[in-house]
Every structure is written in C-alpha cells, then in structure tokens.
Design a protein around this ligand. Structure first.
Ligand SMILES: [Zn+2]
Length: 220
C-alpha cells in the first residue's frame, strides 16, 4: 500500500507532534503483510492427535480452529506476543502478519528427534531398549537436533513403550497365545530364537506346578 507523499513527507511543519506524522504511523500498522503459497510440512504435535505445521523458512504453527472450509493456524510463539497467523484453504497456506522473532529451525529439529524417539519406543524390537539408547538412535537420524534425556522425555518414552505392550497374562495358555500373537516374545534381545516349552511337576511328593522354559540355542 502506498502512503501519499503529503502525509509521510511532512514539510509543512517541523514539530514532532505534527498530527500528519501520527496519521502515517497508524496507517502503516494497519497494513499487514500477506504471503501466499507458504510451503509447509505437517508433523505430530506434543499432544495426542495434535499436529504442527513447520514452514520451510523455519517457523512453527499450531491449529487454532476450523472455520467453514478454512483451517486457521497461529504461531507457536503467540503466548510470547507473536501475532503471525496462517490460513489453509484447498491445500494452500497463506500467512498474514510478520513474526516478531527469529526462525525456529532448532525447535523443528528437536521436535523431530522427540517424535523419532516415540516411534522407536513403539517399534517391537527397538522398544525393548533403554530410553538412553533410543535417544542415541534418534539423534543419529536427526543429527542437527540438540536434545538431552531429561526426565519428561524419559517418561514419554516409557509411556510409549508401555502403550505398545500386550495385556498381562495370568495363565500358561494366555502366555502361549500371547507368544503366537507377539513372536518377539520368542526372541532373545539380539533377535535369535529361544527354544521354548512347558514343564510340569505332578509327582506325588512335589508341589504341583506348570512352568514355561526358554533356552537360547546359542547355549546348547
Ligand atoms: Zn511467530
């Protein structure tokens, strides 16, 4: 938007309080920058079923609401005063306003490493590893990420590991069935197969009982 020269270049008065100078400031603030066709990648958000929009230029937006056929998004830094926002209609992202902070590539990388940790924790074999090892692998995939194993991250990894585990079994039959559905239970930590079978003790002078045995073929 062009501001008329007779308002910006006030040559008629040398006072700082000239009303025409105030007029030019108010008009400039009312005009918000609009950028179209912002390139965006959708990634999982921190909360369950939420998502983030990472822009190619390093900014991050969260969904605010869906109004009609338009998705409205706000900058992740809104709480600290950034009023930059985006809309998405028919797959086209349009940004209104400017950010009041630098690009957040560091946060994009950190969040990607956290999501990698959670994916690994859900994976059958990797999920049995300790959180420290899971983070090491995630870091090797997202080497730009600067991230440490703090207690909150460790809890999230443990929660993901638990959510992927089958229900506790109470009988030998349950356990055998569980092993059929989860073949990983028949494997050693290195992925080799255990020999497994049941043992029973029903001699007169024994305490009756049934047990499962697992023997690694490497030991035979
Ligand atoms: Zn912002």
């Amino acid at each position: 938007m062009r501001i008329p020269r007779d308002i910006t270049d006030c040559g008629r008065c040398s006072l700082h309080t000239c009303p025409s100078q105030f007029a030019s400031v108010t008009m400039a603030e009312a005009v918000e920058e609009v950028r179209q066709d912002i390139r965006v990648t959708l990634v999982p958000g921190t909360r369950k079923n939420s998502f983030r929009c990472n822009t190619e230029s390093g900014f991050i937006f969260y969904k605010k609401e869906m109004r009609g056929d338009t998705l409205r998004l706000e900058c992740i830094n809104r709480k600290i005063g950034c009023h930059c926002r985006m809309t998405m209609r028919d797959g086209v992202f349009t940004q209104t306003g400017a950010h009041n902070h630098d690009a957040q590539f560091g946060e994009q990388h950190r969040a990607a490493a956290v999501n990698e940790c959670l994916n690994l924790a859900r994976a059958p074999r990797m999920g049995r590893q300790a959180p420290k090892r899971i983070l090491e692998v995630a870091r090797s995939v997202h080497c730009e990420a600067r991230i440490a194993l703090h207690p909150a991250l460790e809890r999230r990894i443990q929660r993901q590991k638990r959510s992927n585990q089958p229900l506790q079994t109470v009988s030998i039959d349950d356990m055998m069935e569980s092993m059929e559905f989860h073949p990983v239970f028949k494997e050693t930590i290195l992925g080799d197969l255990f020999f497994n079978g049941t043992v029973r003790s029903d001699e007169d002078d024994d305490v009756p009982g049934v047990g499962l045995i697992f023997v690694s073929l490497l030991l035979l």
